[in-house]
Design a protein around this ligand. Sequence first.
Ligand code: T4K
Length: 398
Amino acid sequence: MIKPFKKPIYVTKPFLPRFEDFCESLKEIWDTHWLTNDGPVLQRFTRQLSHYFQTDNACLFTNGTLALQIGLQGMGISGEVITTPFTFVATTHALFWNKIRPVFVDIEPDYYTLDPEKVEAAITPWTTAILAVHVFGYPANLHALADIARRHNLNLIYDAAHAFGVEVNGRSIAHFGDMSMFSFHATKSYHSLEGGLLTFKDSGLKSTFDYLKNFGFKSQVEVVMPGTNAKMTEIQALMGIHVLKYFDEIIEKSQQIDTLYRERFSTVPGIHLPPPLPEDIRYNYAYMPIEVDEKEFGMNRDELYEKLNQYNVFARRYFYPLICDFACYKSISIVASLKVAQKVSERILTLPTYYDLSLDDVNRICDIIMHIHRERTTAMQITEEVTTSRTYSISKVS
Ligand code: T4K
């Protein structure tokens, strides 16, 4: 008998720097009384991120959703945008708030990113951009999408909310496409409490993004566009600076967790994991998605999800339902089949992974899943035997 965890194990738990270190550094903010509106800490954070991403084209926002929304607005994207239904709802909301029609196309089965073939087939005269997602930090099919965008003269935008720290051939993922958005929400492996970052190719966009996130102000007496308020505060920026120092350690620990899960699940029937990534990709191990095959495992994803809750393990069904199945997007006509996305969304479960999740706890989560599987398959065998013997005795009597 395996006992439930005493305390809940959530899908993630934000990394925090040492309390004393953070408090000590707060003194700077207390001394200056500068809390927001492009303060010195935000400026320092921006410089650090520019260095980290090796680009001056970086702009910080109060969260990833507003970053993406403003990014699309600043780039003047309109009409139709081809995107994925297998993502967090904010990806589509950013389009909606810009009065852009999302055109959902299917994903690839291994890493759940946009299927380039399906993208090409969905292009119409109204298409202005492709909005792909590096979902779970898995890079989208960068070269194929770039090729399509180039041939059809489309903007290529990445929702890289999950992909902080991901590199391809030694280059940050931020350097692909025309613009990328990174989320620094507390639930991300890299965070600034809340926060968002845009990186972009065209340096001319920098001032537009700066205006848009600050009500459109160019000077105290000039409003050059109807902007909004999407500024990052000094305390957010300070947290971002602290967490950045530990990010390599966070990745290293998450990699150990990933390796252990993979090892343990290699012998569990019906639990499928995305294949290991090619060697030229430096992954951030931010999420631990598994797919549950009902036939092989003996129960479906939702039953496993509920059972895990009984053991105090709170895995999440990222991303279910598909965006196109939410009431507010139901009216959007789907042009193409979303067969893969539908299947993945019904089978996906993201397991706990975070910096201070111990390997013992990972082992215990795996033990619980194996125990649930064994319990179910034994019960199924008994039912089968009873049914067979009943059929046999009935046929003998008759
Ligand atoms: N694009 C994509 C692809 C995204 O995934 C997201 C955000 C965005 C765009 C938008 O970026 P932001 O505007 O958020 O910067 C969470 C996050 O709120 C959301 O940021 C994230 N994606 C999404 C995948 O996950 P929920 O509703 O699942 O979060 P919640 O509150 O249920 O938290 C999950 C678990 O994390 C909790 O069970 C416990 C733990 N937790 C959470 C918080 C907030 C903590 O331990 N401490 C905390 O402070 O959406």
